[in-house]
Design a protein around this ligand. Structure first.
Ligand code: XUL
Ligand code: CO
Length: 437
C-alpha cells in the first residue's frame, strides 16, 4: 500500500534516450545485456539510508530544511514510518539494494542495551520488507562518529571504554547485517584519526585499530557471515587526518595487521578527490592490489573542497571507473551505492527520485562506454603493446630475480644497451577514449 509520500508515482521505467519524461530512465535498462550480463547485475545499485532518510538538510550555517513525516527521528513509531517510505522509494526506483548505519534506522536508547533492542526491532521489520519486495541489503555499518562519545575516535579512542562500546556496537551491526543476508559489512573510520598530533600517540592508535579489525574478521568467521568485510578510505573530514587515507594507505594497514587477504575496500569517488586522486586511480590501485570490493558513487564539488556527496553527473569519469571495475571482473559482492544527498534547497519528495534517476542513468552510460572500450579492444591492445618487451626471455629473467644489479650492469656495457625513447601517446589515448564516452 502506498504511503502517499511520493504522490503515488508508479515505478520508474526505462523509456530510452528519446524520452522527455523526467520520471523515466533514458539509459538504465536493467535487463539489457552488456558483456554477457544484465545491466542490473553489473551495477547493483544501492540507496544510502542516511542521506535520503536520516539527513535533515542542515549545514554548518543552518539547520533542517526538509520536512518529512518521520521527523523528529527520536522514537520507534517515526522509525517505522521512515522504513515504510524508504522501502517504497527503493521499489519506485527499482533499486535492488540499500545500505544503512544503525543510527539511521533506529532511535538511540538510554543505554547500549536499549539501542541494541531498538535496532533489532527495526531489523525484524526490514527482514519482513525484504521478503515482501525482494530488495536486498548491500551492506550494513555502524555509526561510530555522530554521538559525542566518539568525538575522540571509536577504536582509536584514548579511553578503552569507548573502544569497548565501539566493539559492542560493531557486533550488533554485524549481527543485523548477517540476519538480513547483507552482502558486505563496511567500516568507515569517521573519526579514526586526529585533530592534533599534540595529543596523539600514533603507534598506540594503530594497534587499537588493527585489533578492532582483526576482531571483526574473527567474528565474521565465527558467525559464518559469507559477505565481504570492507574498509572505506577517506583522507580527512570530519577529522583533520584520517588513518584510512586512501587505497594504498589502507593496503599498508591491512598488511601490517595480517588482514590483506580478509578485507577489501569500499571506494568513494568524493573521498578519492579529497585524497588528491581521481576515482579511477583509487579503483585501479585497489584492483592491482587485489582488494577492490565496492563503490560509493558520489562526487564532490570540485571548487568547494568539501565532501559534498552529490549524485554523479560526469559520464567520462564514471566510464573510467567502470572500465577498471570490468577489467577486475566486475563488482562481485560489491555494488554501486549512492552515498549521495540532495542539495539542501531540494526539499520536495520528488527531488529524491530525480537525484537517483539521474545517478542511475549516468552510471548506465558510464558502464556502456566502459564495455564499448573493452569490446573494441584497441585501448587494451595499446597498453599491452607498451609493455610487450617485458615478455622477452631476458626481460623475464630480470623481473623474476635471476639477475642481480651487477649482472645487469655488466650486460648493459657488453651489449651496449642504449634505449630509444618511445611516445607515451597520451593525446592519442585521450582521443581514443573520447570516442566511446
Ligand atoms: C562519509 C561516508 C560514509 C560511509 C559509511 O564520508 O562516506 O557515509 O560511506 O559510513
Ligand atoms: Co561513503
Amino acid at each position: 500500500m502506498s504511503t502517499g509520500f511520493f504522490n503515488d508515482i508508479g515505478t520508474i521505467k526505462y523509456e530510452g534516450p528519446g524520452s522527455d519524461n523526467p520520471l523515466a530512465f533514458r539509459h538504465y535498462n536493467p535487463d539489457e545485456v552488456i558483456m554477457g550480463k544484465r545491466m542490473e547485475d553489473h551495477l547493483r545499485f544501492a540507496v544510502a539510508y542516511w542521506h535520503s532518510f536520516a539527513w535533515e538538510g542542515g549545514d554548518p550555517f543552518g539547520g533542517r530544511t526538509f520536512n518529512r513525516p518521520w521527523y523528529p527521528q527520536d522514537n520507534m513509531g517515526k522509525s517505522k514510518i521512515k522504513a515504510d517510505i524508504a522501502f517504497e522509494m527503493f521499489q519506485i526506483l527499482g533499486a535492488p539494494y540499500y545500505c544503512f548505519h544503525d543510527a539511521d534506522i533506529r532511535p538511540e536508547g538510554d543505554n547500549f542495551a536499549q539501542s541494541r533492542r531498538n535496532l533489532e526491532e527495526i531489523i525484524d521489520i526490514f527482514a519482513h520488507k525484504q521478503e515482501e519486495t525482494g530488495i536486498r541489503l548491500l551492506w550494513g555499518t555502524a555509526n561510530l562518529f555522530s554521538h559525542k562519545r566518539f568525538m575522540s575516535g571509536a577504536s582509536t579512542n584514548p579511553d578503552p571504554d569507548v573502544f569497548a562500546y565501539s566493539a559492542a556496537t560493531i557486533k550488533s551491526c554485524m549481527d543485523a547485517t548477517h540476519k538480513l543476508g547483507g552482502e558486505n559489512y563496511v567500516l568507515w573510520g569517521g573519526r579514526e584519526g586526529y585533530e592534533t598530533l599534540l595529543n596523539t600517540n600514533l603507534a598506540q592508535e594503530d594497534a587499537q585499530m588493527g585489533r578492532m579489525l582483526n576482531m571483526v574478521v574473527e567474528y565474521k568467521h565465527k558467525i559464518g557471515f559469507k559477505g565481504s568485510i570492507l574498509v572505506e578510505p577517506k583522507p580527512q573530514e570530519p577529522s583533520k587526518h584520517q588513518y584510512d587515507y586512501d587505497a594504498a594507505t589502507c593496503y599498508g594497514f591491512l598488511k601490517r595487521h595480517g588482514l590483506e587477504k580478509e578485507v577489501k575496500l569500499n571506494l568513494e569517488q568524493g573521498h578519492a578527490i579529497l585524497a588528491g586522486h581521481s576515482f579511477e586511480h583509487e579503483i585501479a590501485t585497489a584492483a592491482s592490489l587485489g582488494i577492490l570490493g565496492s563503490i560509493d558513487m558520489n562526487r564532490n564539488d570540485y571548487q568547494s573542497g568539501w565532501d559534498t556527496d552529490q549524485f554523479p553527473n560526469n559520464v567520462p569519469e564514471v566510464a573510467l571507473a567502470y572500465y577498471h571495475i570490468l577489467k577486475d571482473g566486475g563488482l562481485k559482492t560489491g555494488g554501486t551505492n549512492f552515498d549521495a544527498k540532495l542539495r539542501r534547497q531540494s526539499i520536495d519528495a520528488e527531488d529524491l527520485l530525480h537525484g537517483h534517476i539521474g545517478g542511475m542513468d549516468i552510471c548506465a552510460r558510464g558502464l556502456k562506454a566502459a564495455a564499448a572500450i573493452i569490446e573494441d579492444g584497441t585501448y587494451d591492445q595499446i597498453v599491452a603493446e607498451r609493455y610487450s618487451n617485458w615478455n622477452g626471455e631476458e626481460a623475464q629473467k630480470m623481473l623474476q630475480g635471476e639477475y642481480s644489479l651487477d649482472d645487469i650492469a655488466s650486460y648493459v656495457e657488453q651489449a651496449d644497451v642504449n634505449p630509444e625513447p618511445k611516445s607515451g601517446r597520451q593525446e592519442y589515448l585521450e582521443n581514443l577514449i573520447n570516442r566511446f564516452v
